[in-house]
Design a protein around this ligand. Sequence first.
Ligand code: XMP
Length: 511
Amino acid sequence: MGKIVIVDYGSQYTQLIARKTRDLRVFSEVVTATSQPNLEDISGLILSGGPFSVYDPRAPRIPDWVKPLIEKEVPILGICYGFQLLTQYFGGRVDRAHSSEYGRMPIVRQGENPLFDGIDRSLTVWMSHGDSVLELPPGFAICALSENEIIASAFHVKDPIYGLQFHPEVNHTEFGDRIFSNFLFKICRCTPDWTLKDFIAIERENLRATIGTQRAVCAVSGGVDSTVAAVLAHQAIGSQLTGVFVDTGLLRKNEDAVVPDLLRRSFGLNLRVVNARETFLARLAGVVDPEEKRKIIGETFIRVFESEAREIGSPPFLIQGTIYSDVIESAGTLGGGTIKIKTHHNVGGLPQDMRFKIVEPLRFLFKDEVRRAGAILNIPEQILARHPFPGPGMAIRCLGEVTSDRVRILKEVDAIFLQTLHEFGWKEKVWQAFAVLLPLKSVGVAGDQRAYGNVVALRSVDSSDAMTADWSRIPYHILDEAARRIINRVAEVGRVVYDITAKPPATIEWE
Ligand code: XMP
């Protein structure tokens, strides 16, 4: 075993460092420069890149807890800003160089060292720096120079301290994986034995130890993260956990019944379903502005959840399905070691004044790892493979006013579209598909009569992270089938259109 601790100095690539170590089956934990990590079984330390200059007095430094690690000869790898910090720490000089380096850059290695074992003499790496190491500290030697004669890598000749000016975690760097495996296995002597199963077992134990004989509550939406967190916590503390499922009335058709039933039946989760449909509809009455809708839904959710928690005697612990990217986003680089309560993914924010102690068993996992963890916990594919669903739900797909009638129409259309895609094997192929009810009516002809019905748009997108997306090239005959079913089964709908806009310039949701 043995873990790698990664200090995050704010680089956009820190998540990739964590990911690389996990992919090599070594457990890694990302911490901020101000946190106090558990160093018990540390095998190595990585200092990430970051947007700072080491000579800025406000720039984050090497934490005090690193000093004893250096004395114990725990291997350290500094990447970009991390390398510059190490240089400064040991008495070298960092400053603006004659040239900045951004993007692909050829470098040439000098001499031998274990970090570059098995790697070509000349290679292309990914650079992104304005400052450079201009003078190495005593005891350090160059191990690679860039085309611009800038120090691309250096190491301590006796101690296991290494620095890279470039980013081995970025795929554009040739031999990046090899550099990581050299560091982990040749230098840190880690063993590639980390599995998600171990992780789950450890987190289960941690939950037991943290919560003891007390009680905890969790909000479950039926989404992947909250379900995996709830099931894991349930395995750990059983009936001490109460799940709260808030039925906003804005979920997909039948989910208010299917999701709680599945969670209770498959996992025996002690689940309270709060029917808050009327409350949500009443608060949304007359509201057409999308941001206003979001705000109202977020606040209403909080109040409903709070009052439910009080009903069950205000358990001291709140289990949240916060995942890795949320932790990093909410903590911030200089976060002072406190992890803010994450903006609730599905509902828009649990309040700071809720006096819960937050427990986040999935905080070190990436989304795809959470899905794999879910499979290990026997959570049905039906939940794990779900399309993302926005917290404000149907309210932001019901353009214009949100009324119970309009939501009912939209849910029907949405269900028909998804069912049709599923029958043709397309639901599983696309990132996210849904229907949108437009605030328009359009003329048609039905049974020789003039008709004047609602217009719905179908949207289906392909994406890998929802940041960018393209419309799905669903074959015409499937779209045709979906449109005919919708028109025939939902009397209020007179016209169906398909959205062929990419993101950007559009967004995935219409509101
Ligand atoms: P956009 O519309 O911004 O959506 O391209 C990107 C992804 O985020 C989801 N989404 C939301 N999720 N609360 C959420 O929890 C929201 O207010 C929200 N708005 C959009 C959207 O479904 C897509 O997957």
